[in-house]
Design a binder for this molecule. Structure first.
Ligand code: NAD
Ligand code: UGA
Length: 446
């Protein structure tokens, strides 16, 4: 406070904690990141970034050097003197029912409570079910009845692969506070306005809401985007049946400002650590509230079926079966510019192909190390895209890495045994592919 520099602690140094911690440091804030995974921590301390995210290594290096960004496992040290303590630990789906597993969040709350020395706002950045912020307040009060604190819900909307840009230039920042206690809420609001002040340069609006609303807005936003993707995927299927072109359709729809052009790219089904988990969690939240989100429940089913059905599409392109065929796979991660394999469509697709008797060759520019433990054992990993094409009967594009767009159709045709391309991200020009003698199939266009 005052004229002094703002200090914050960030609990969790994963995608969200590390990116937002480094970005806050770039704003001039003193940031202590607490990470309990010893491998992640020692990497961070050695200046190695444990995840692939464009621009993150340079951002972490310069802010570490400037002394604004530090890493440790001592939560007491990080929390001492911090005006805000952000919780950015994982909230994976709980086994069985799809609800979010809050064990890491609750453990972090207990640790923070023990470490508090003066007033601090405890801010939840993790995606958490409605009611979690109040539960965190309860845990802290139980652990430390004397603690002086407020809780806030500040869900994060960054995307992997463009995380720094998304964090630095957000469409909005949502901050939920306990509006039942207006005086306390305004004190916490003051702290968070100061933390986010640098964003006024890019005119990012801060939207203050109640705790429940902020928590729910995060799930609603992710579920709406997931629904939008599933909608365009169904339109792509329909376009194929009717001879229409889904890209022109998406453009035509997207020019209507009420619809918007983004997130209308058809593909093999959405993946990642968030859409699959958050759509399931919202369905659970609604059920537990004796309400229902049927559109979201259906989106979950449509997307699961879509991922599973992609192997059949590949088999059909091979004349009905992939048994004994060599399938080349370009891209394994759930989207480009990340090494994250969580819920990637490649996982169910490659397992089905392997079960059906295909020989699989694959390449991903940064995701292969993370992919190996999740994919069938006998997948052959190649050193580049052209090596994947060598002797392949069919070449499947699963992730739209930019480097694949530049592949020459003639080079592919020369290397493949049977020139069948199944482009599940529509990165190639159908005319150019067919001109090179390749059999070319994509999603939702003739
Ligand atoms: P992650 O698994 O990459 O990172 C979480 C980190 O927290 C891990 O490194 C873990 O070791 C650490 N951790 C767990 N408990 C800890 C503790 N008590 N003290 C210190 N460190 C601890 O997860 P993530 O992808 O960064 O996601 C975190 C949360 O943010 C989730 O709720 C997620 O839904 C949400 N979110 C993620 C994204 C994204 O793009 N990945 C975007 C927006 C929101
Ligand atoms: C998503 C949201 O976009 C972020 O706003 C949110 O913060 C984040 O989840 C989260 O809560 O963790 P992310 O999963 O990193 O971000 O990536 P997206 O760009 O949203 O892509 C998710 C999946 O949807 C990918 O598999 C992608 O291929 C697919 N997708 C996306 C499509 O198939 N079509 C599209 O038009 C857009």
């Amino acid at each position: 406070g005052g004229g002094q520099k703002v200090r914050i602690a960030m609990i969790g140094g994963g995608y969200v904690g590390l990116v937002s911690g480094a970005c806050f440091a770039e704003f001039g804030i003193n940031v202590s990141i607490v990470e309990t995974n010893p491998e992640r921590l020692s990497a961070l301390r050695d200046g190695r970034i444990p995840i692939y995210e464009p621009g993150l290594d340079a951002l972490v290096a310069s802010n570490s050097q400037a002394g604004r960004l530090t890493f440790g496992d001592d939560i007491a040290q990080a929390v001492t003197g911090a005006e805000a303590v952000f919780i950015a630990v994982g909230t994976p789906p709980r086994n069985g029912d799809g609800a979010a597993d809050l064990q890491y969040v609750h453990a972090a709350a207990r640790q923070i409570a023990e470490a508090l020395t003066g007033y601090a706002v405890i801010v939840t950045k993790s995606t958490v079910p409605v009611g979690t912020s109040r539960r965190i307040a309860e845990i802290i009060r139980q652990t430390r009845p004397d603690a002086d604190f407020d809780v806030a819900s500040n869900p994060e909307f960054l995307r992997e692969g463009s995380a720094i840009g998304d964090f630095m230039r957000p469409d909005r920042v949502i901050i939920g506070l306990d509006q039942r206690l207006p005086e306390r809420a305004s004190r916490a609001e003051g702290v968070l306005r100061q933390v986010y002040r640098p964003l006024s340069v890019v005119e990012a609006p801060l939207l203050f809401t109640g705790l429940e609303t902020a928590e729910l807005t995060k799930y609603a936003s992710n579920s709406f985007l997931a629904m939008k993707i599933s909608f365009i995927n169904e339109m792509a299927d329909l376009c194929e049946k009717l001879g229409a072109n889904v890209h022109d359709l998406a453009r035509g729809m997207g020019m209507d400002k009420r619809i918007g052009r983004d997130f209308l790219q058809p593909g093999p089904g959405y993946g990642g650590s968030c859409f699959p988990k958050d759509t399931l969690a919202l369905s659970r939240i609604a059920q537990e509230a004796h309400s229902a989100c049927r559109l979201v429940e259906t989106t979950v089913q449509v997307n699961e079926a879509r991922k599973a059905g992609m192997a059949g599409r590949i088999a059909a392109a091979c004349g009905g079966s992939v048994a004994g065929k060599t399938v080349g796979v370009l891209g394994l991660t759930f989207k480009p510019e990340t090494d994250d394999m969580r819920e990637s469509a490649s996982i169910p697709i490659l397992h089905r192909l392997a079960e059906a008797g295909a020989t699989i060759r694959a390449y991903d520019p940064v995701g292969m190390a993370a992919a190996k433990p999740l994919l069938p054992q006998d997948v052959v990993y190649c050193t580049d895209a052209l090596e994947v094409a060598e002797g392949a009967d069919v070449l499947v594009v699963l992730t739209e890495w930019n480097m694949f767009r530049a592949l020459s159709p003639a080079e592919l045709a020369k290397r493949m045994r049977n020139g069948v391309i199944v482009d599940l991200r529509n990165i190639f020009d159908p005319t150019a592919m067919r001109a090179a003698g390749l059999t070319y199939e994509s999603v939702g266009r003739p």
